[in-house]
Design a binder for this molecule. Structure first.
Ligand code: TYM
Length: 328
């Protein structure tokens, strides 16, 4: 059975972008692959944050993932910092990672441009740690959104360089994209992202979600109710593909292209599906929040399983590199 690995930052907020772009795919892969899903708190410390809040952020993300359908009996769910081999392998890989390639990463360039006061080496090395995450588990498939494509290309380059220098050790991982690898935000232009403030979070109230949907951008060509629209150019129609059945999608498509329905009608129909799906997730999250011991047990079990695999990979890597065995 092939192995899948993916990670998510403990932002404290699972939103429609990372849910539809990645996490829903994670859920569907659990039967076909050996899956490792990781809440990447080591990555998150590259941004300014409040240490006292980190445990709650990581835990909230674990609860959201479980509520979305990550099943601890079919996947290993854990918090990255519980497995120190992640940072250990990252250091090793940094010795075969070309400096120039890291400087070309668009996420690094974006973050440095937008936060010139916080350009630290952790942000620069971020993709190396991400590569270590994947390689520790020998993952061949990595379900991610479009924004991770370049990081995955670099991961494959790092594997080639490592294998060329130290002998065949790692397999090149391939990204797995969903049908919509880039979910747009409420503005209908930029990627949905917490830092851009254009998200709908899974945990929001129905009233808050409707308020955001009501004012979300639609096909700009539909200035008036009587203008026919082009669903393919409308972010709301993209969301219908996730939340509405085929009949409803067809009805929305026909209504929009003939101006038979207005954008608000279309959004009301979308809202019904969103409410049903997110309502189920919210109910499961509520039950998990009421049972903290169960969440602790799941994360501890996940960390123990992950650590076994990670430690055995690191033992092999140490041997390849002529380094001492841990504790020797
Ligand atoms: P993060 O936490 O930003 O996002 C988690 C996952 O959600 C995807 N995603 C989206 N997909 C489509 N449309 C969007 N608007 C959208 N927003 C987020 C992301 O592509 C990602 O798959 N560096 C990673 C976490 C990470 C990782 C890894 C991923 C650390 N180590 C190893 C894969 C393998 C990140 O910050 O994701």
């Amino acid at each position: 059975m092939e192995t899948v690995f993916s990670g998510i930052q403990p932002t404290g907020e699972l939103h429609l972008g990372n849910y539809l772009g990645a996490v829903r795919t994670w859920v569907t892969l659990q039967d076909q692959y050996r899956c490792f899903y990781c809440i990447v708190d080591y990555h998150a410390i590259t941004q300014p944050y409040e240490p006292a809040q980190m445990p709650a952020r990581a835990r909230a993300m674990a609860i959201d993932l479980l509520a979305c359908g990550i099943d601890p009996d079919r996947a290993t769910l854990f918090i990255q910092s519980a497995v120190p081999e992640h940072t250990e392998l990252a250091w090793v890989l940094s010795s075969v990672t070309p400096f120039g390639e890291l400087g070309r990463m668009t996420q690094f360039k974006d973050k440095s441009e937008h936060h010139p006061d916080n350009v630290n080496a952790g942000i620069f090395n971020y993709p190396v740690l991400q590569t270590a995450d994947i390689l520790l588990y020998g993952a061949t498939r990595v379900p991610v959104g479009e924004d991770q494509r370049q990081h995955l290309e670099l991961a494959r380059e790092i594997v080639r360089r490592f294998n060329a220098r130290f002998g065949d050790t790692f397999v090149e991982p391939q990204p797995l994209f969903s049908t919509t690898p880039k979910i747009l935000g409420l503005d209908g232009h930029a990627k949905m992202s917490k830092s851009l403030g254009n998200t709908i979070a899974l945990a929001e109230t129905e009233a808050a979600i409707w308020d955001k949907l009501r004012t979300a951008a639609t096909d700009p060509a539909r200035a008036k109710r009587s203008d026919p629209g082009t669903p393919e150019k409308c972010n709301i129609f993209t969301l219908h593909k996730f939340f509405s059945d085929a009949d409803r999608q067809a009805a929305v498509h026909a209504g929009c292209t003939t101006a038979g329905i207005g954008c608000i009608d279309c959004k009301k129909m979308l809202f019904e599906g969103v409410k049903a799906d997110l309502g189920r997730i919210a109910a499961r999250a509520e039950a998990l929040r009421a049972d903290p011991a169960r969440v602790d047990e799941i994360l501890a079990r996940g960390a123990a399983e992950a650590r076994k695999v990670a430690a055995s990979t690191m033992a092999r890597v140490r041997e390849r590199l002529g380094l001492r065995a841990a504790g020797a």
